[in-house]
Design a binder for this molecule. Structure first.
Ligand code: KG4
Ligand code: ZN
Length: 342
């Protein structure tokens, strides 16, 4: 049975995983750098790369140990090539290249966004296609049409902030800590999501693009005008209302796209899709409309190497064109526009 060791260091999680050819996740280790970046209220790229270089070999060792394997048992290596922070990507890429070079095994590059999109198939390999997928993370908020596996058409993307970025920025403004998404989720539990009106952003054209800067600005205006801080009597109501505004903005585009494109299934992926209020609202809507729906388990939503290994294995098994090139380079930005047939 083939086994892949996958490495993911595109942002601020140091991650390694082992995946077998049946897409069983034999191990999935994620070392968060949240504590390092929290004092700054956001990711400091240089600190992220420096921490990856310290932690990565330990994380890889742990992934092998948990899988009960050694490097000699690994048949191929996989690594996130981009998009992401360039310094962080280079740390993962260097180790993966070194391993592939030493062991003379294939090195399979993986696009971070494709890995998020395909993470839904780890647990639901038979999800009906074509599917409509919403990738919602700290760096991206994009809606994709998936006619079949490894094929993605971009239908809409954020014109300004990503959803996770908007949650993180408002949390930072209120000094709540980093990352803001999970903190806001927890605080929202105690509040009334209808207490503060946040309107859903409307695009003038018929596009399925997103925008979160209006919501963020409205939130900052309330904070200033009503002097909102964590000891304000309506603090929890404010947080719950803002979270609900973000969820409504995400789902309203998903709903419009579903009506327009009539997919056979709908799914969410990416870090923000860990949010349980978003998960509940999405599943409730899908159930009501009768769409088969999927969201990866929380550990496959935020950055992880299992999704990288799973996609690499799927490509290796199904495509003869997988590049096994040791010259591959990192790319920092989102490259593909429109149809990307991996
Ligand atoms: O996918 P991810 O780990 O990294 C990127 O590729 O960006 O997503 C990170 C984002 C952060 O903005 C974080 O605040 C958000 O996901 N996030 C959440 C939750 N957990 C992580 N947002 C809302 N609720 C959560 N439970
Ligand atoms: Zn990500």
């Amino acid at each position: 049975m083939k086994k892949i060791l996958a490495i993911e260091t595109s942002c601020d999680e140091t991650a390694a995983a082992v995946v077998d050819e049946k897409i069983n996740i034999l191990s999935n280790i994620v070392l968060s750098q949240d504590e390092i970046h929290a004092p700054y209220g956001g990711i400091v790229p240089e600190l992220a790369s420096r921490q990856h270089i310290i932690s990565l070999t330990y994380v890889v060792e742990e992934a092998l140990t948990r899988a009960g394997l050694s490097l000699a048992d690994i048949d191929a290596f996989a690594v996130t090539q981009g998009p992401g922070l360039i310094g962080s990507l280079l740390v993962g890429l260097s180790l993966a290249k070194g391993l592939a070079f030493y062991w003379q095994k294939p090195l399979i590059p993986v696009d971070h966004l494709e890995a998020h999109l395909e993470s839904v198939f780890i647990e639901q390999p038979d999800l009906p296609l074509p599917a409509l997928g919403l990738l919602v993370s700290g760096g991206h908020t994009s809606l994709y049409w998936l006619p079949h596996r490894l094929s993605y058409q971009l239908l809409g993307r954020t014109r300004d902030d990503a959803a996770g970025e908007a949650l993180d920025k408002v949390a930072k403004f209120l000094d709540l800590g980093y990352p803001g998404g999970p903190i806001i989720e927890r605080l929202a539990e105690k509040g009334d999501g209808e207490a503060f009106p946040f309107s859903v952003p409307q695009m003038r054209d018929k596009s399925l693009d997103f925008s979160f800067s209006g919501l963020k600005t409205a939130a900052l205006k309330y904070i200033r005008e009503e002097n909102i801080s964590s000891n304000h009597p309506r603090f929890h109501d404010f947080i719950a209302s803002f979270e609900r505004g973000v969820i409504r903005a995400l789902l309203s585009n998903m709903k419009r796209a579903a009506l327009r494109y009539r997919p056979r299934s709908v799914f969410l992926c990416g870090g923000v899709s860990r949010n349980k209020h978003l998960r509940q609202a999405f599943l409730k809507w899908a159930r009501k409309k009768g769409w088969p729906a999927a969201i990866p388990s929380p550990q496959y939503c935020t950055d992880n190497a299992a999704m990288v290994g799973a996609l690499a294995m799927f490509k290796w098994l199904t495509k003869s064109t997988v590049s096994l090139d040791l010259e591959l380079n990192a790319y920092p930005r989102f490259i593909p526009e429109g149809d990307k047939s991996g």
